[in-house]
Design a binder for this molecule. Structure first.
Ligand SMILES: Cc1cc2nc3c(=O)[nH]c(=O)nc-3n(C[C@H](O)[C@H](O)[C@H](O)COP(=O)(O)OP(=O)(O)OC[C@H]3O[C@@H](n4cnc5c(N)ncnc54)[C@H](O)[C@@H]3O)c2cc1C
Length: 480
């Protein structure tokens, strides 16, 4: 089973201590956690029960040995005394997941749902068909250089799969990637993948994602957030969570808080915005945003720094913090961010596993030669925001450097880049922050040029003209 990082509360409140053998612990409405022992390293496997009106759906079955079956026997008398297993979902064919599926299905007279790839693989492993037998596995390991002593040890084990899966299911209900499975109060999406096993199925609850939006990408999510706010009754609370920096557009969340406060002050005056910030302070334009929250939006906006999010409870729309629970009527979680999958898959996210470290003269990755990285995917130098303006500037320095590398080999040793960012405080007044960053050969990073940039003195209408001109210019520069 899996759940989305942006709204993890589908399985909220997982306790620190695992359930003792033979017991099931409820970790979300009608989702129960069981643990079974394993006779090898990793020593346990987690299994899941989803409560239905007349029984349970069991997700995975444990290793098919006498010890695990003794634990199941205890569950027959306790957990399943009044609510039997009505359906088994086997995520994949490995013995710790499939081992007792056929045995449990025979006991309860229930079906087993799994993917075709896993069903066929289980039979091939038991029957030693089509390259799945122990001899084929040994031959593969030998080709990859396994030592003779280890090969001999492997040979002595015989068909080890049959030890953990004494019997594979004879029939199955086929799961296909994208299927939706109703179980308990949840609808689960089947996500099939490969790698760990041939056609592994994970179950993800999409309800959480539909209910708690990030709205950090314009389009369907921002429109849906607007609808949630419109549907919220007056007197409701809009709670927004900001992740630890660096994240895209440092002033963005505070600007959103202003816009929602503007809407509340004109249309829903009994309502309130609570900003839960994982950071210790406002990340951008601090004086200007706090002036708005203490001035025109007084009573509408409450700012709470150092509010790291621990969990989210979807059913009650509650943000769970270290020492506090904050209940919302509309909950907006901006998730922690990292470079895209392609960068991470290539091992290029070498700054805390999140962003890509680059040489600021060329924007070449420090992990992979000849690959240049721009924009939000890079680990920025201090005080360099993740912004469209910055991404545009990276592109120009990088393009010039690549041309130089392909021709003269002499890249500009002292690039200078700039950033400007405008935020709307209400529908008429705007503020800006600007900065200039120069390459520092001593530290090999970008540092802010002393005396450059700055902030608006106060929110003002004149800067709306500049804000719109900035947008038109950058679109013209990049999109035409
Ligand atoms: C709410 C909000 C407000 C903002 N306001 C401002 C602002 O006022 N001013 C400002 O300067 N900046 C602003 N920004 C920041 C700005 O949007 C980003 O900094 C900028 O878009 C970064 O550009 P990028 O090219 O690095 O990334 P992106 O714009 O995200 O572009 C990356 C592209 O790569 C594509 N992609 C990803 N993986 C693959 C793949 N494997 N194969 C092919 N394509 C792939 C993605 O679909 C995407 O189109 C804002 C951001 C947000 C979220």
């Amino acid at each position: 089973m899996t759940h989305d990082a942006s709204a993890s509360g589908a399985l909220a409140g997982i306790p620190d201590d695992p359930p003792p053998p033979g017991e099931a612990v409820e970790i979300a409405p009608e989702v129960f956690w069981l643990r079974m022992p394993l006779p090898f390293a990793l020593n346990h496997v987690n299994l899941w029960l989803i409560g239905e009106a007349d029984g349970y759906t069991l997700v995975d079955c444990g290793y098919g040995d006498a010890t695990t079956r003794a634990h199941w026997q205890r569950h027959f008398e306790t957990t399943f005394a009044h609510r039997p297993i009505r359906r088994i979902v086997a995520t994949h064919c490995h013995p710790d997941h499939l081992g007792n599926a056929a045995w449990l299905a025979a006991h309860f007279g229930c079906t087993i749902a799994m993917t075709l790839g896993e069903f066929v693989a289980a039979h091939a492993l038991i029957g030693e068909h089509a390259g799945f037998g122990p001899a084929d596995v040994r031959a593969l390991f030998a080709r990859h250089g396994m030592a003779a002593t280890h090969l001999a040890a492997l040979s002595g084990r015989g068909n080890h799969y049959r030890v953990g899966v004494p019997e594979a299911p004879h029939a199955f209900v086929r799961l296909i990637d994208g299927d939706r499975l109703a179980a308990g109060p949840w609808v689960w999406q089947v996500i099939a993948g490969y790698g760990h096993s041939p056609e592994h199925a994970a179950l993800a609850s999409r309800e959480a994602q539909e209910k708690i939006l990030h709205a950090w990408k314009a389009g369907a999510q921002t429109i849906a957030l607007r609808r949630q706010l419109e549907a919220m009754p007056d007197g409701g609370v809009f709670v927004m969570h900001i992740p630890k920096a660096p994240y895209r557009c440092p002033p963005g969340p505070y600007e959103r808080a202003c816009q929602v406060a503007l809407y509340f002050s004109t249309r829903k005056p009994k309502s309130k915005v609570i900003i839960l910030d994982a950071n210790e302070d406002v990340q951008s334009k601090k004086e200007l945003f706090t002036a708005a929250w203490n001035g025109r939006y007084k009573g509408y906006v409450e700012y709470r720094p150092n509010s790291g999010l621990v969990d989210v409870e979807v059913t009650t729309l509650t943000a769970k913090l270290d020492f506090d629970d904050v209940k919302a009527d509309v909950l907006n979680i901006i998730p922690p961010q990292h470079a895209g999958g392609v960068a991470r898959a290539l091992g290029m996210a070498n700054a805390n596993g999140r962003f890509c470290q680059v040489d600021f003269l060329t924007y070449e990755s420090t992990a992979e030669r000849n690959i240049h990285v721009l924009g939000d995917a890079i680990q920025p130098a201090e005080l360099m925001p993740k912004s469209g303006h910055m991404a545009n500037q990276h592109g120009k320095v990088c393009a010039a450097a690549v041309v130089a590398l392909l021709t003269t080999g002499e890249v500009n040793p002292a690039p200078v880049i700039a950033n400007t960012c405008y935020s709307y405080i209400d529908d008429k007044e705007v503020v800006h922050v600007a900065s200039v960053h120069r390459y520092d050969p001593a530290t090999k990073t970008m540092s802010v040029v002393a005396g450059s940039g700055g902030l608006s003195a106060a929110a003002n209408v004149e800067e709306t003209v500049y804000a719109e001109a900035w947008a038109k210019n950058i679109w013209a520069d990049m999109l035409t």
